[in-house]
Design a protein around this ligand. Structure first.
Ligand SMILES: Nc1ncnc2c1ncn2[C@@H]1O[C@H](COP(=O)(O)OP(=O)(O)OP(=O)(O)O)[C@@H](O)[C@H]1O
Length: 252
């Protein structure tokens, strides 16, 4: 890992062997090759083949249709029972660590992601082990706190934050590592309308590829591609308007 300054006051963290200092995030290529996933004897994903190259990909479907399982395959949190998941040429079964550096994961419940007592410590947590100089670390933390509106609560207990602030903190903790792709598993489910809109705005503004599992269809308005899951299969794969109409029809 190395770091550099891009623009005014923004510190960029990047892998110097993979990216030049001024490189913007390129869209991530996600290849799903004949993927099946079973928990014990119960098959929950069956024969999925996809190539995803868009920057905004939504995933919808009935409860239990396999969306979260699919999302967890994308950063190697789960490995497929058979078939392959390949992220920018990296097979999740063979290059788990590199895949997790490339693909960040934001859980539905931010409490599962918050580990340190104060907001500032929690945001800085992911940088531990990267051997960054102290001033660079401080600058990255500063930038991220500022960007996600958390500067004024930096010394506050992370668990005392509102639901929306906690979700932003969980996001900040992932984004400080500047993954190429961020997978969100129902990021607005626990939020009120104002906070849901705030998180939706943050997702819209990301430079990175975002894959979002959600029951909140409005979140996908500006997306490029939406996959509809049903009983472990992708039953529609289209631009949002057509895919969501298909989903709504299926739910009637
Ligand atoms: N760790 C697990 N062990 C056993 N079965 C699991 C596990 N996780 C999920 N399942 C089962 O796999 C199926 C798919 O679950 P998954 O969470 O992927 O669906 P989902 O579409 O995300 O559902 P929801 O919209 O309710 O979150 C469900 O039947 C669920 O009970």
């Amino acid at each position: 890992m190395a770091f550099s300054s891009v623009g005014t006051g923004n510190v960029r963290l990047h892998n110097s062997e993979e990216q030049g200092p001024e490189t913007a995030f390129e869209a991530t290529r996600i290849e799903i090759q004949s993927v099946r996933h079973a928990y014990g004897d119960a098959e929950v994903l069956s024969g999925i083949d996809l190539v995803l190259t868009e920057r905004r990909i939504g995933i919808v479907g009935a409860n239990g249709s396999g969306k979260s399982t699919f999302a967890r395959l994308l950063n190697g949190l789960l490995l497929p029972t058979s078939g392959k998941v390949v992220i920018d040429g990296l097979d999740t079964k063979k290059a788990g660590k590199a895949v997790r550096r490339k693909v960040g994961f934001v859980f539905q419940n931010p409490d599962n992601q918050i580990v340190f007592p104060t907001v500032e410590e929690d945001v800085a947590f992911g940088l531990k082990g990267l051997k960054l100089p102290r001033d660079v670390r401080a600058s990255l933390v500063e930038t991220v706190l500022e960007r996600y509106g958390l500067s004024h609560v930096r010394q506050q207990s992370a668990h005392s934050l509102s639901g929306g602030q906690k979700q932003l903190l969980a996001l900040a903790g992932v984004l400080i590592l500047q993954p190429d792709c961020v997978v969100f598993d129902e990021p607005t489910t626990l939020l009120d309308l104002r906070n849901a809109r705030m998180v939706s705005g943050v997702i819209d503004g990301l430079q990175q590829t975002a894959v979002v599992v959600t029951h909140d269809l409005a979140l996908l308005d500006n997306f490029e591609r939406v996959l509809v899951f049903d009983q472990g299969r992708v039953v529609a794969d289209d631009e949002p308007c057509r895919a969501l109409s298909d989903y709504v029809r299926r739910m009637q």
